[in-house]
Each structure stands twice: as C-alpha cells, then as structure tokens.
Design a protein around this ligand. Structure first.
Ligand code: M6R
Length: 605
C-alpha cells in the first residue's frame, strides 16, 4: 500500500518528509521518492528499494533548503517496482509534480488523448497521465486549483493524490477518492498524509478528508473544497490521542483486527479496474489460453482460498479443477494432459513449497499463473502471468484480508474465463458482479455487530481444549480456515471437516467437552448441515451455528448473519470465523499478531 506525506511549513521540508515516510514503512513499499520546491523550480529524487537508497541519493545532492515538499513510498500494483515508476512524477513541462496512491481506471484512454496532443510518458503509471492532464488544463488558462479539480473529475477510480506547482511556492494541493488521506494542522506548518503516524511527532490535530474533497494548504492556511463545485467544505478538526503504535494500527488493538476490518476496502480495491461495466478485464491473462484443467496449488490459508474457488471455477468457467497442497504437489508424479494450467496462490509470493511447486509445473510444461499480494515476489516474477490481490501489506502473521482478496481475484478469474469460454451467460455474469459490488457496504455495516457477537461467544468457549468446524459445499473450505485460525491464534486444537464426513469417524469424539462450530447458511446444502448439527446435539455436543436470520436450526448458540447467495456468502462468513478466533486469542491473552512458532512467510521447506 503506498504511503504519502506532504509538508508546508518553516522547517527544512525534506527531512520532515523522510521521517514521515519512515513512519509509513510498516505499510510496505518497494520504491520511494520526494519532490520539493526550491528557487522557482520543482526537484525530484527517487530510488527503488528501501528508504536508505533514497537518502543516499539525497545526500549526494547540493543542500536542500526547501520548506515545502512531499514524499511517497510505492507498493507496486501496475508497472514494475523500478525507479522510473516510482513517485513523484513530473508533468512534461516540469511545472507540476504529483504523488498518488490508488488506481486511475481509465488512464489508458486519457493517456491516448494526451499522446495525440504530443505528451510523452516516461513511466508505465496512471499517475503520470493524471499530472499531465492537470498540466494541460493549466496551459489552457485555468488556475491550478480548478485545473486540478477538472482533471480529477475525469479520472475514474480510487486515488489519494498530492501535488506541487512550481508557480505556487509553499502550497500543497491534495485530493481523495476511496483512498485514505488525512490533513494534519500544525502551528505555522501543515501536513497531508495517508496515515496519521506520518506526522504524529509534529501535530495531533487532524482533519479526516472525505471522498471527493480537495485540500489546498500552505504553512499558515488551509482550505477544504468539494471537488464538484469547488465550494468550501466543512472540515472539523479532531484531536488524536493515540500513540505511534496505536496510530499504525488505526486505533485497533492489533494489526489482525485492523486487517479484518480492512476487508471491505480490500474487496472494493480488488474490483477497481478489473470490473468495467458488466465485464471482467484481466489483461494479465489475455495471452494465455483458457485452460481445460486447472491445478490450484498453495499452502495454509491460500490453499483454503483455492478449495473455495473450485466451487465457482467449475460451474462458471466450466474448467475442471484440482486443488492441492504445494508440499504434496511438488513431490508427486503427475499425469498431465493437454491445455492444463496451474495457479499458485501465495500472499507473500515467497512460500518455499509453493515456489518449488511452480518451478515443477513449469519444468513439465504447465503454464503457471501466480496469484500474489507482494509485487516483485519470487512467485510473481517466475510465473508466466502474475495477478496481484492488492490487499496491501498484511502484518499480522495470521492471514485474514489476504484470503478475501484471493477469493475475490479467483471469483473474477472464474467470471473472466467463463466470459472467454462463453460458459457464463451475460445476465448471470451481471448478477454475480452486482453481488460482489454490494459486499463492501454490507461488510462495513455488519462487521462491528459481528465483532460483538464473536466476543460473547469467545468468552463462553475459550476454555475448550478441542473444537470441530463443519461446513458443506462452499462452507467446507471455510470450516477448514476457521479451524486453522483458531489453532494458530488460540492454541486450541481444532479440526475442520466436511459435514458429511462426521459420521465416518470423527463423530466418535463428540461429547459435552468438544464444541462444534457449524456453518449453516441457507444454501442448497442447508438441510444436510442441519441434520449434521442434530447428530451432534443428540450426542450432547455443544454447537455454535452460524445461520441466517429466521433460521430454524436449533443449537446451543446461534449466530445470525445476513443471508447472501452461496457464491458470495463466504465473504461474510470468513470474517465471522476470523473474529471468533481473534476474540478467543485476545481473551486468553495470547500474542495475537505474532503467535508462537509461526512465521509470516515460510521460506524454508
Ligand atoms: O504467503 P502464503 O500465502 O504463501 O502463505 C501460506 C501460509 O503459510 C499461510 O497462509 C499460513 O497458513 C498463515 N499463517 C495462515 O494464517
């Protein structure tokens, strides 16, 4: 996730901006840069890699006395993590500089128009297109503020941007649309950043900018405008009480909780640019044929995403699917047929078993797609095609938002291949996309209430030494994931089962000391899971049943979440499971973000 910091004040601005960037490092990045105004000119310095490379570059430059500057850390989503794609970007005439977080969906079209007018582009970014569009409007006679607003109105997508103009020394322009941006009000100095920690040493007074707002700030003044008509907007100043750690966690107690609550944003971002009208566009996959058989290979949580996605890929795209654990796939003698392809899912992109499995697939001639969160990771680089989940850095060792982002990307892949194959009717596709588009708001509305219920149940069940999780169909992989989350966070032994398997052995274990978490939404398999719950209760087993409102399931504890079509219900059930495990672990006093014995990225076999 990119980080932005801008400063206008009385101090040397570049060191302030560098310190701000350092404070945003926890968000993850692969390149960094700064821009500053000095002697009537805009200057930039950029470097790939860590901040130290940028600092080394700056140290070799003549003294920088600027008191207005902005900086950026880039987490590559489009375009390789190299210096030419790093921010800031300058307009062709070097009159404007910009830093940007987000995606301008229609940048290709805007770029083509600008190219026809003679503009040249030196990076693969959408950002460079935006700054030249503003520049064009300034050249046509508009002042900087209306030119900025006019260009932003043409940009579709999500953004947080900061801009400097060579002709307006000491002034920062910034705007936000579906990407975080916060104004920091100091004394004789002002700040703009994508997150509060960036300016916390200097001010605790903040304005949370809203979508569709522009701010124009100098050392002693600032104004917030509505982008629409450039009318002045209300901008209440709030006082932040958090310390640095809490600020990085956005006020949440743990990174895991913050990341669970980020899932609505992750789903929104994952669709941005990939859903255009009623079509899914995945140019990354255009050059590969539609597979006839797909191997999905991954570990841990990523493996569970793959298992879940099989329930979509087979009916929507008509592609036969095998889902396999990477550590098994890499050593198995396989029989391969024509038109086979493999998808390697990995949040980190560095998991040793998944990487080895990818190399094996390539060695036997199976085209490999990497579905990763970390751009520039080994799996992304070695795959024939890489698709990024765009979840932003996941800091908690227990994976949460990465799984929703993988599920979303896999659902889009199923629709995309269904489109190409003609196996998915246009009206079905439109309905699926509408269901996905509704998810972020639904999650935003329900997560706080779900957390409360998770906490009540966690306190009641935290003393259990063993747990079963059961589900059927789409809910079976989610049951596996629920059990994995509980194990890794609470150290309570938990097993996930397909409900239908209970009677083949595990039911022998059921008694009053072994609770079961049953996933029982009202889908096609509801009557089946309902009878599984009855079988458990008949043996004195306690059951937490996750159901839909009005369900007639009888269980020890019922947890009702809104009813959704089966293909998207997982996006709501998953956070319920995550929240339950989180609350159990927190209640037990465990180290939630760094559970014992676990590493975020397993780079050894
Ligand atoms: O980075 P990857 O997605 O390849 O990681 C795979 C697993 O190591 C990971 O999902 C692990 O199971 C997590 N601890 C789950 O919370």
């Amino acid at each position: 996730m990119c980080g932005i910091i801008a400063y206008a004040g009385h101090r040397p601005a570049v060191p302030v901006v560098l310190e701000g960037l350092r404070r945003l490092e926890y968000r993850g990045y692969d390149s960094a840069g700064v821009a500053w105004q000095m002697r009537g000119q805009l200057h930039i310095a950029r470097a790939s890699g860590k901040l130290q490379s940028l600092e080394d570059k700056l140290a070799s430059m003549p003294a920088i006395t600027a008191t207005c500057a902005m900086g950026h850390t880039r987490w590559a989503t489009h375009g390789a993590p190299v210096e030419r794609n790093a921010h800031p970007h300058l307009s062709n005439d070097s009159g404007l500089a910009i830093v940007h977080n987000g995606i301008i969906e229609n940048y290709r079209e805007l770029r083509e128009n600008l190219e026809k007018m003679g503009y040249r582009f030196y990076s693969e970014t959408d950002t460079e297109v935006l700054i030249n569009l503003v520049s064009e409007y300034v050249k046509s006679g508009l002042d900087v503020l209306p030119a900025f607003a006019k260009a932003l109105k043409q940009a579709h997508g999500a953004y947080a941007v900061c801009m400097l103009s060579k002709d307006e020394p000491g002034v920062i322009y910034a705007a936000r649309m579906s990407a975080p941006l916060i104004f920091g009000k100091g004394v004789g100095e002002n700040f703009i950043a994508s997150d509060i920690p960036a300016f916390l040493p200097w001010t605790r007074e903040v304005v949370f900018l809203e979508d569709g707002q522009i701010v124009c700030a100098s050392a002693n003044e600032y104004s917030v405008y509505e982008l629409d008509r450039l009318s002045l907007a209300a901008a209440p100043v709030r006082k932040i009480q958090w310390d640095m750690q809490a600020a990085q966690k956005d006020g949440f107690k743990h990174f895991m909780l913050k990341e669970i609550f980020e899932q609505p944003r992750v789903i929104r971002d994952g669709m941005t640019g990939r859903v255009q009208g009623e079509k899914v566009v995945l140019p990354e996959l255009d050059k590969l044929p539609v597979p006839e058989r797909l191997h999905i290979v991954a570990c841990g949580t990523s493996y569970h995403s793959g298992l879940w996605a099989r329930y979509l890929l087979e009916p929507w795209a008509g592609i036969a699917c095998d889902v396999e654990i990477a550590s098994e796939f890499r050593y198995r003698d396989m029989v391969l047929g024509e038109r086979e392809m493999a998808v390697f899912i990995s949040q980190s992109g560095e998991t040793a078993d998944t990487l080895a499995a990818l190399r094996k697939a390539k060695a036997v001639g199976v085209p490999a797609i990497g579905l990763c969160n970390v751009v520039g990771s080994s799996i992304a680089r070695e795959a024939d095609a890489a698709l990024f989940t765009q979840a932003g850095p996941e800091i908690s060792v227990a994976s949460t938002k990465a799984m929703s982002s993988q599920m979303l990307a896999l659902a889009l892949m199923a629709i995309y291949w269904g489109q190409r194959k003609g196996s998915l009717k246009a009206d079905a596709e439109a309905a699926l996309l509408a269901q996905l588009a509704d998810l972020p708001a639904l999650l935003d509305d329900n997560l706080p209430e779900m957390r409360k219920r998770a906490k009540e149940l966690a306190q009641k069940y935290a003393q259990a030494r063993n747990f079963f999780y059961i589900g059927r169909g789409f809910c079976w992989p989610l049951a596996l994931e629920g059990a994995l989350k509980l194990k890794e966070l609470s150290y309570i032994h938990a097993e996930g089962y397909a409900g239908g398997e209970l009677k083949h052995g595990p039911i022998a274990l059921i008694d009053a000391s072994l609770p079961t978490f049953a996933l029982a939404p009202e889908d096609a398999l509801f009557p089946k899971i309902k009878s599984n719950i009855e079988e458990i209760e008949a043996r004195a087993g306690r059951v937490i049943a996750l159901v839909n409102p009005g369900s007639d399931v009888s269980a020890t504890d019922v947890w009702a979440v809104p009813a959704l079509p089966a293909s998207v219900a997982g996006f709501l059930i998953l956070p319920a499971l995550q929240l339950f495990s989180y609350e159990v672990a927190d209640y037990l006093g465990n180290d939630v973000d760094q559970p014992r014995n676990l590493a975020k990225s397993v780079t050894v076999e």
